[in-house]
Design a protein around this ligand. Structure first.
Ligand SMILES: C[S@@+](CC[C@H](N)C(=O)[O-])C[C@H]1O[C@@H](n2cnc3c(N)ncnc32)[C@H](O)[C@@H]1O
Length: 248
């Protein structure tokens, strides 16, 4: 898969591209990442990329010409099935978005800065993505969030493909609690069921934990779930046992 980023600050990606799972995916050639410096597409001596907003107001706006030239340059050389502008006004980024992007052969992310890009650049992209209801200084951290979330869904990147399909949001649920050794940590024990070796019981316990955790923490997700008979039974069993918190 090819991911292309257009940014005024390509240096912000240098470190992260060498680390952890994304770094390994790049070195194993499962992910081909390119960061294009928008400033390289200016035509003036001072390489100016921003200007004052028409109509007045504080801050600067990214000029359309270098952004447009950078987009045309990458479109001619890279696989860009879709190109997205990063914007707090965009479609909220979710796990389902990450899955959709992971199914493409290549996509691009355009990072804004300052007060954002000239509005006319929006006609050159296929959509806008927001990583949350807050305002970042620039699109670079948002781009990295998306690269990270998509990269781990590329086949072969995570050793165990099942691990990503069971995670939070994949089935509209938050993931169940996870434990590792030691069995007792500062007086806190691992739930007995996880030590039982009884895989059917463990599966039911995990499903129950996911359900009650989602209900408690994300009622917005919980109310959209299509609960089956087993789910209703697990919830009823939990209520009947008395609510002593999520973990038992
Ligand atoms: C300071 S912001 C501009 C915000 C813009 N003036 C507004 O109010 O909508 C600069 C750039 O950061 C990026 N950005 C900020 N918040 C973001 C978010 N929540 N999701 C994605 N990108 C974001 C965008 O690329 C944006 O052009």
């Amino acid at each position: 898969m090819q991911i292309t980023i257009l940014s005024l600050f390509p240096g912000m990606f240098a470190g992260p591209m060498q680390q952890s799972i994304v770094g390994r995916a790049i070195s194993r050639k499962l992910l081909d990442m390119h960061v294009e410096d928008i400033r390289d597409h200016t035509r003036d001596r001072h390489r100016v990329v921003d200007d004052v907003p028409y109509g007045g107001g504080s801050g600067m706006v990214m000029k359309p010409e270098p952004v447009a030239a950078a987009i045309e340059w990458v479109r001619a050389r890279r696989r860009l099935d879709r190109l997205f502008l990063l914007s707090p006004q965009g479609e909220p980024f979710r796990q389902a978005t990450a899955r959709r992007l992971a199914g493409l052969a290549g996509f691009g992310l355009l990072c804004g800065h300052y007060e954002g890009v000239d509005e006319r650049v929006r006609s050159m992209v296929d959509g806008e993505i927001s990583v949350g209801d807050f305002v970042l200084t620039g699109g670079e951290p948002a781009a990295w969030v998306i690269v990270d979330a998509v990269c781990r869904l590329i086949p072969g990147v995570l050793g165990n493909e099942q691990s990503s399909s069971e995670e939070s949001f994949e089935q509209g649920l938050l993931e169940y609690p996870q434990y590792t050794r030691p069995r007792v940590f500062r007086g806190l024990t691992v739930p007995e069921v996880l030590l039982s070796g009884d895989h059917a019981r463990i599966r039911r316990w995990r499903r129950q934990q996911s359900l009650i955790r989602t209900r408690a923490r994300r009622p917005d997700l919980f109310c959209r779930l299509d609960l089956d008979a087993e789910d209703l039974k697990l919830l009823a069993e939990f209520s009947a046992a008395g609510t002593q918190g999520e973990r038992r």
